[in-house]
Design a protein around this ligand. Structure first.
Ligand code: FAQ
Length: 337
């Protein structure tokens, strides 16, 4: 299907093309290491170790899948938004998430994988996407909390990715972070409005915070000691800050925001630790996290089924676009002849 990598002609003129299997060469490896060590950027046509390419395809495609699956929990509130203003904001936000998925699929394509391969992996359940999107959005307050906490956690994780060593991913992240920042603020503002409303509205916000808080802490991934990809990811300049350090930053940034909002974060162990200069917090349920990652969350089956249906329902659009492109190409050839 549509993939930027197909635009790269496979000729000798493209000796550095990601589509070619480049023999291992110590000089190339040394050059790659030097660029990474100097905080430079690796671009798609540069030589890179196969494992670096594979890691990036894994992470960027999972990230892209998270964006498009992440459209679903909020998308189902578009028709039920409480006002025209909230509906317009939500439509724009969900559309942005779709756009983020597209930048990310394009960035992954520059590594030589095709969009069809990535979609196959998602639809067959082989590819991961963020655990957080396997939970339901039960009330309108959940939509605000997704903006405030889920987007808040996503930004915390994505800002360091703007400095990722792979150029296309880093550049995509700069725009994504700007848009996520709007998403986070609209969520906070929506909750602020509800917290100035009736006691039922306030209770609805607190209930949503209670249900999402721990799931958001798990979004940052397993503890550093149980994170198999971290050491190499950091060595390659893909990951800049560890899972636990990002989680801590998120907790520290969110506590004062919760105070302004007037909600309680549902953790009796959450308290400021003067000696560490950070907040201590309680135990995350990692068994639940792994169950969800492995397909056993409350909405995993529904989310995948929705994506597969959307793909199947869109087949005629893809076929028509290809038929149109073929006709145009044939016409251009005829005119040139
Ligand atoms: N869910 O060794 P690590 C968003 C997997 S975007 C599911 O620590 P790594 C926007 C991990 O893949 C949210 N799986 O892995 C939005 C690995 O398995 P693998 C998505 C998870 O890569 C907002 C295994 O566990 N953001 O929210 C999760 O070094 C609102 C071991 O983990 C990104 O994808 C998880 N939470 O670190 C949209 C950011 N955590 O692949 C709509 C880019 C870990 O070896 C509405 N990704 N795993 O089979 C990253 O920064 C990293 O990949 C981490 C994981 C930090 C997610």
């Amino acid at each position: 299907m549509y993939t930027q990598s197909f635009n790269v002609p496979d000729t000798d003129a493209n000796a550095g093309s990601p589509l070619k299997s480049v023999p291992h060469d110590t000089a190339l490896q040394a050059h790659f290491d030097a660029v990474v060590d100097a905080d430079g950027k690796i671009e798609p046509r540069d030589w890179m170790p196969d494992a670096y390419r594979k890691t990036l395809v894994r992470q960027i495609s999972q990230h892209a899948h998270s964006e498009i699956v992440g459209m679903l929990p909020e998308g189902n509130w578009i028709s039920r938004a409480p006002s025209l203003k909230r509906k317009a904001i939500l439509v724009a936000k969900v559309q942005d998430e779709g756009g983020h998925g597209l930048y990310l699929y394009s960035a992954a394509e520059t590594l030589g994988t095709s969009r069809d391969q990535m979609f196959d992996a998602l639809h067959s359940g082989k590819a991961k996407y963020s655990s957080i999107f396997n939970y339901p959005t039960l009330t309108w307050a959940d939509v605000g909390v997704v903006g405030w906490l889920v987007d808040g956690a996503a930004i915390m994780n994505q800002i360091p990715l703007c400095r990722c060593s792979f150029g296309p991913y880093a550049r995509a992240m700069i725009r994504v972070c700007k848009e996520e920042s709007f998403h986070q603020r609209q969520g906070f503002e929506s909750l602020m409005t509800m917290m100035q409303g009736t006691s039922e509205q306030k209770a609805m916000v607190q209930d949503a915070v209670n249900r999402w808080w721990w799931k958001c802490l798990a979004m940052f991934g397993p503890p550093d000691a149980d994170s198999p990809n971290s050491v190499q990811g950091m060595r390659w300049g893909i990951k800049r800050i560890s899972n636990d350090d990002l989680r801590q930053k998120f907790v520290d940034a969110t506590v004062p925001q919760a105070e302004v909002l007037g909600v309680t974060l549902p953790d009796p162990d959450l308290k400021w630790n003067e000696a560490r200069g950070h907040h201590d917090y309680g135990q995350i349920d990692w068994d639940e996290f792994w169950a969800v990652v492995n397909g056993d969350g409350p909405c995993n089956k529904e989310r995948l089924a929705t994506r597969v249906k959307a793909w199947n329902d869109g087949a005629w659009v893809r076929e028509s676009a290809l038929a149109h492109a073929r006709k145009q190409e044939a016409r251009a050839m005829k005119e040139a002849a």
